[in-house]
Design a protein around this ligand. Sequence first.
Ligand code: AK7
Length: 359
Amino acid sequence: MVMAVDENACHPNVAGPSDLRKGHGKRECPKVGSPEREEKQRRAGDIVLTGPQTSPRKGYGQKVPADLAMVKEVDPLPWYSMADLDVGMRLGSGKFGSVYVARDRRSGFLFALKVLHKSQLIKHKVEHQLRREIEIQAHLKHVNILNLFSYFYDSDRVYLMLELAPGGELYSLLQQRQRFSEARSAWYFKQMVEAVMYCHSKHIIHRDIKPENILIGLKDTLKIADFGWAVHAPSSRRETFCGTLDYLPPEMVKNAKYHSRVDVWGLGVLLYEFLVGKPPFEDKHGGQEETCKKIKKSSVQFPNFISREAKDLIRKLLAKNHAERPSLLEALNHPWVKMNCDGHAEMLQKHYGGYLPSK
Ligand code: AK7
C-alpha cells in the first residue's frame, strides 16, 4: 500500500507496532524538537510504497509524487497508556480479546477500546495482519467506516482505540428483527456501497463484508469495522500497477482490474442477508461442502416476499463471472436503490434517522 513508512515511528497514525513481541510499555518518542525526532518526522513525510502485495523489494522503496499518494499526512496523536484511561463496560469479546467502553481521563472523550492479547496474535500468526489493519485503518476517514483513533501496546497486549458505535452490532439487530424491510435494507445497502466505494478509491479491498463486521452509529448510520482481512489492491488509480510486477502470476496481472469485484459479491451476499435474514448459500445442515458447491454454482433462491427489483439487483451482484458484476456506481444507480432511497430521503430519515446529504 502507499503510505508513509518509518519502521520505528512512534506516531501511531503512521506506522503499526514495529514488533509485537517486544514489550515496550512506555512511549519511546524522542522529545519534540530533538534532532532525532525531526529526522523521524522528515522521514515520515516521505511517501513510500510498501505493503503485502505491492511492496517493492527491500531497499527499493519507491517514492511516488504526493498527489498520487493515498495518504494524507495525519496530525500526530499523543501516545496513550492504560494510565490515561478509565475502562468501563465490556461491549463484546472474541478469539483475540474484548472490546470495552473507555474514556480519556483528561478530556472525558469516550471511545471503544479493543484489547488484543499478543500471545494469541503470535499463536495464530496474525501480527502482520494486525499491523496491516492499523496501517490501512489509520488512513481511512469516512462516516460509514469505524474510525481507528490510535493504538498503543504494553508487554502483553495491543490496544486499539476505536470510534464508539452506540448501536452495537448490526448482526444483533438483524437477529432481533429476523430480516429488514426493503426500505431499511436499501438505506443500509446504500451506506455500505458508499463506504466500499471510498475504500476502493484508496485501493483498499475489504474482503470480509458481513453483518458481524458492521456496527451501528448514531442515527442509524452504519460503520464498517474490522479491517483484519483487508488488502491493498494491486492496481492504482491510473490502472497502472504500483509496486513490482515481477512476482505476479498471470491470473493476477490479467484480473487486477476485477479484484475489487470481490467486494461487489460481498455486498450482494449482505443485501440478501438483510432482506432474507440468512446468507444465500447457507446449507441447512451447516455443511461447508454444500455451501461451497452452492457458491460455485452461484445458485440463489429467493423467498417469495422479495420484490422483483431486489432480486434483479442481487442476481447481478452475485454474477458468477466477476467481469459481469456491476460496478459499485452501477449498483447505486440500480432502480431498486433509486426507488427506495431517492426522492424519499426526508421520509426515510424521519422513519429511520440517519444523515441526509447536504444540498
Ligand atoms: N459498540 C482482531 C483480531 C485479530 C479487530 O478486531 C485483527 C476491529 C473494529 C472493531 C469493532 C470493535 C465500537 C466495537 C462498539 C463495538 Br462492539 N467498536 N463500538 N467493537 N476493528 S474490531 N478490529 N482486528 C483484529 C486481527 C488480526 F490480527 F488478525 F488482524
